[in-house]
Design a protein around this ligand. Sequence first.
Ligand SMILES: [Zn+2]
Ligand SMILES: [Zn+2]
Length: 345
Amino acid sequence: MALTCVRCGREAPLVDGRLCAECYLDVYGLGRGPDSIELIVCPRCGSFRYGGRWVEAAGEGYREALALLFQARFRPAEHVAYYRVEEVRIREDEALVHVIGKLRGDTVERAVTYAVRFTVKHRVCPSCARKASGAPLAIVQVRGYGGRLDEEEEKLLEAAIPAALRGVEDHVIALEKVKEGYDVKTTDHAAARLLASRLKSLLAATVKESFKLITQRRNGTRVYRLTVSVRLPFFSEGSIVEYQGSLARIEEISSGRVVVRKLGSTRRRALTVEDSWRLLKKPSIEEDYNVIVTSISPNWIQIQTLEPSYNYLELRVEEIVKEGEVREGKYCKLLAYNGRYYLLC
Ligand SMILES: [Zn+2]
Ligand SMILES: [Zn+2]
């Protein structure tokens, strides 16, 4: 429908009810592109960072990378039916991005050229780093409390790894499952230390460093390989531990703090990782029964043990530490530890 364009006054089909196609393009273009683009390029192989990953460049120069990064941040105008990045030309530190698209209701494709400043940062990609060094400069060895990582520990570790690796993925050469646990090989010392400190913070692991001279360059520089030993604790969230002679539960491990609460009490204590290793002990629980509470009186609680043997026990209230709501008919757990009974309901 031909109407009058409010901008140029011509009679022409209107794109958005107000503007003709030419005026629409003058005002909105085909959309908005980024003001500037930062390219991160591997100086050895030309791979570039795109969407959190390294992408191998198909051709020469930065044109492909610029086209992809431009397209990812391009927001088409409301009345654009489709568009594509047709060509990128480079003029010094500026990319001229040629975009072709069609406006809704328009009869022909239109072209708009966007001038975008770009900067290039060089960073060696992990695969080139691996080739260049031949050997990783640091290894994080994650092991279990008893040496070899057990099944439980492995699950905890695998759940923590994505958060622990965030932002250092580019420095990781290999994440290898070995017989004793996990080895993470990195291109530099800082990445290994960051990874280890995050595992300490997330899982209350201990961290120990050692160095080994791997080569001495001609100019006299010595190159050391850093090995960071990360050992998981015997406990994790929900574990029952011994704390100051009583049974306690690990309520939470986060931000390098281990929150512990004695059973039967509501008081929570936040320990540093170092203190948690020093103060928390692995309890060897003397008796551990599934029980049902059969009757409660002011001074006594009577319970019956369930499988494998069915026995009645009468326990004096003052020798029991109660956790949760104790009432008749409830299924609970009875632990005997250090001369005291713990009734967990
Ligand atoms: Zn117009
Ligand atoms: Zn590379």
